[in-house]
Ligand binder design. Structure first.
Ligand SMILES: [Zn+2]
Length: 304
């Protein structure tokens, strides 16, 4: 084992084995729930389509209504894309509420962060005190403004660790990572609209098991399956983009602070109780950051 790996293992060993085992078991449970719930959604859609119940229901509906234009899935996908983008990016860019937060009190940690903010060149006028519980900080803002806020837990933590945490968040701000992720979410939503436009009719025919084209309510199961598949496929894509952005933010933060021990200690302190060593499938689906067992060795390796 290299010295860097041994140092990384020592940091990971700060998390008690029982806590690591509990996190791993919880992650297996989450994966099982994810697989079962999507399997149930798809099965229900197929069963509903096979029964033809929706077509019988539709006979009750009034006839002669003007059908929707054939391009409605494309417009629906575009509307979904705009909504996803606004949901993911606007609160961050507008830093809603951050400008009204009170100034952070003067502590060794706030002084270390103020020095870091100046060195990173963030256009933040002052540090703010957030009401978040525990060890927490935030760097938000867009349109050339940055807001840096710290919780009381972060203000009282070892200054080097709080500084490491804010350096990571500054990396996201500098690289416009939230904008990238919001655009990726919008692209996934629009791709879902295109998938519905292309496959709704053939899939609803296939599900009904007939040559005749089901119409009206009878296409709902196929629509639900295509929307579900869009979410299922988007999940690892978006998580992969987030992990890529987080590896880059780690790299940026270490370059800026040059303190790998504080960085690794911060990662252990900030551990979100996700399994330390997940399976590749669990990581692909549920991890926006690399798991600790890979993230900490990478930190130690960059430093040496
Ligand atoms: Zn991050």
């Amino acid at each position: 084992m290299s010295p860097a790996d041994a140092a990384a293992e020592a940091f990971i060993a700060r998390i008690p084995p029982a806590a690591q085992a509990a996190a791993a078991a919880a992650m297996h449970g989450e994966l099982l729930r994810w697989l079962l719930s999507w399997a149930a959604v798809l099965l229900i859609c197929i069963l509903v389509a096979r029964t033809g119940i929706l077509e019988r229901l539709q006979k009750v509906e009034a006839h002669g209504r003007r059908p929707w234009p054939r391009t409605w899935p494309v417009w629906g996908g575009a509307a979904g894309a705009v909504a996803a983008f606004a949901y993911a990016w606007l609160p961050y860019a507008l830093a809603s509420g951050a400008d009204k937060l009170p100034p952070a009190p003067d502590t060794p940690a706030s002084r270390a962060v103020a020095e870091l903010v100046a060195r990173a060149g963030l256009p933040a006028d002052r540090l703010r005190l957030s009401a978040a519980p525990g060890f927490d900080a935030d760097v938000t803002g867009g349109f050339g403004r940055a807001f840096v806020s710290l919780s009381r837990g972060a203000l009282g933590a070892p200054p080097a660790e709080t500084r490491a945490y804010v350096a990571h968040l500054a990396g996201h701000w500098v690289h416009h990572d939230v904008l990238t992720l919001a655009l990726a979410m919008a692209a996934c939503a629009f791709a879902g609209g295109l998938a519905v436009a292309a496959w709704l009719r053939p899939l609803s025919r296939l599900l009904a098991g007939r040559d005749r084209q089901p119409s009206g309510l009878a296409v709902l199961p196929a629509l639900a399956i295509l929307v579900s598949c869009t979410i299922i496929v988007s999940t690892p894509v978006l998580a992969g983009i987030a992990r890529w952005a987080n590896v880059r933010a780690d790299h940026y933060a270490l370059e800026l602070t040059g303190d790998p021990d504080a960085y690794a200690a911060m990662l252990v302190r900030d551990w979100n109780h996700q399994a330390v060593r997940p399976s590749p499938l669990e990581e692909a689906l549920f991890y926006s950051h690399p798991p600790l067992a890979r993230r900490i060795p990478r930190v130690m390796a960059q430093a040496r």
